[in-house]
Design a protein around this ligand. Structure first.
Ligand code: MN
Length: 352
């Protein structure tokens, strides 16, 4: 079991948790289901041990996963965007900061300086490639796993309070971790390992209501999301001769459909359903940058493509990056298209 591999670190973690009464949990900007699932799962676990925690994130979680957050948990969450002073102060005065679902400080964007400066012990729990190990005092890094939620599940299972019995996970922990794992695997479609099914099986047996999670995640979209999806696939999908598919959602398009943060989750996977497509790219225009999501089939490295051309990285077949306007690229859809064409061509013909 994954727990066995980390048993030494789990014992260290237990002694850290024994020491203090209050903890800070941080996760990456634009938090997704895995980020929030692992953060809430850990917060609920700590609460069961009568430890308090604050969840400090750069910006708010999207409405599409708001169902994960309990009413009484809303005031545990501090965002840099809404309360910059409070967020910074919480990080600076912390004794221990748990860093979940990111591999280096810069993924916390404007909170990165505070995270760097704080004297707190920093504990990393993450599944991304190439973690910045030296920045953390205790590292749980596993890349052969579906998600941070799954890694946290096995860490908690290895604690003496849970003792390997998922039925003994405190209330709400299993739900949060199952949700995080489900979103990061795109409902068991990618990055699934034997350990992932074992986790799902144990959590189901322990009474986690997967039907509710699935219905909240996948049967609960706004109509506009599907209307935009249809338009994109019909009009905005380009496939290069090397089998790279890309779509650009510019500001005008997302405004027209009233698209909210997190609402295009999953779009990037759709073109991979086409036989000749080897890699799929979704570009979204943001305030000061293009945000890029990349998914690839086995044999093509989305991670290397993201690192080489988009200031990013992540996992072998699921990565992301960004291009800042005026610095990395001209702020125009035409320039972005041109960049995608040339970078995809160069990548697919040389170092894919
Ligand atoms: Mn993740």
């Amino acid at each position: 079991m994954v727990s066995d591999k980390y048993i030494g670190q789990i014992r260290e973690l237990e002694s850290v948790i024994g020491k203090h009464g209050a903890y800070v949990i941080m996760t990456h900007a634009k938090p997704d289901g895995d980020a929030m699932g692992s953060a809430l799962g850990l917060s609920r676990f700590l609460a069961s041990l009568h430890k308090t925690s604050r969840i400090v994130i750069p910006d708010r979680y999207p409405d599409s996963i708001a169902f994960m957050v309990r009413e009484q948990e809303k005031n545990l969450i501090v965002t840099e965007k809404e309360s910059p002073e409070e967020a910074r102060e919480t990080v600076m005065s912390a004794e221990t900061v748990f860093c979940l679902d990111f591999n280096s400080f810069d993924r916390t964007e404007k909170l990165a300086p505070a995270l760097k400066e704080t004297k707190a012990d920093k504990i990393l729990i993450d599944h991304h490639l190439h973690p910045d190990r030296d920045s953390f005092s205790l590292v749980f890094s596993e890349t052969e796993i579906s998600s941070t939620s799954e890694l946290l599940y096995y860490i908690l299972m290895g604690t003496s309070t849970v003792g390997g019995d998922a039925g003994r996970l405190p209330s709400g922990v299993g739900e949060a971790l199952m949700t995080g794992m489900t979103t990061d695997t795109n409902n068991f479609a990618n990055s699934v390992y034997p350990s992932t099914f074992a986790m799902a099986s144990s959590l189901l047996a322990a009474g986690v209501d997967r039907n509710r999670i699935i219905s909240e995640l996948y049967n609960n979209y706004r109509e506009n999301r599907l209307r935009l999806e249809g338009l994109l696939l019909d009009r905005k999908l380009t496939i290069t001769e090397d089998g790279v598919a890309y779509m650009i959602i510019d500001k005008a398009l997302s405004d027209k459909f009233g698209i909210m943060e997190g609402e295009t989750e999953g779009f990037v996977n759709i073109p991979l359903g086409i036989r000749k497509v080897k890699m799929s790219i979704l570009v979204k225009e943001d305030e000061d940058r293009y945000r890029i999501s990349i998914r690839s089939k086995a044999g093509v490295s989305a991670n290397r493509f993201a690192a080489s051309y988009f200031n990013g990285g992540g996992h072998e077949c699921a990565s992301g990056g960004k291009l800042l306007f005026g610095k990395d690229i001209e702020h125009s859809t035409a320039a972005m298209e041109k960049y995608l064409e040339t970078s995809a061509k160069a990548f697919m013909t040389t170092d894919k």
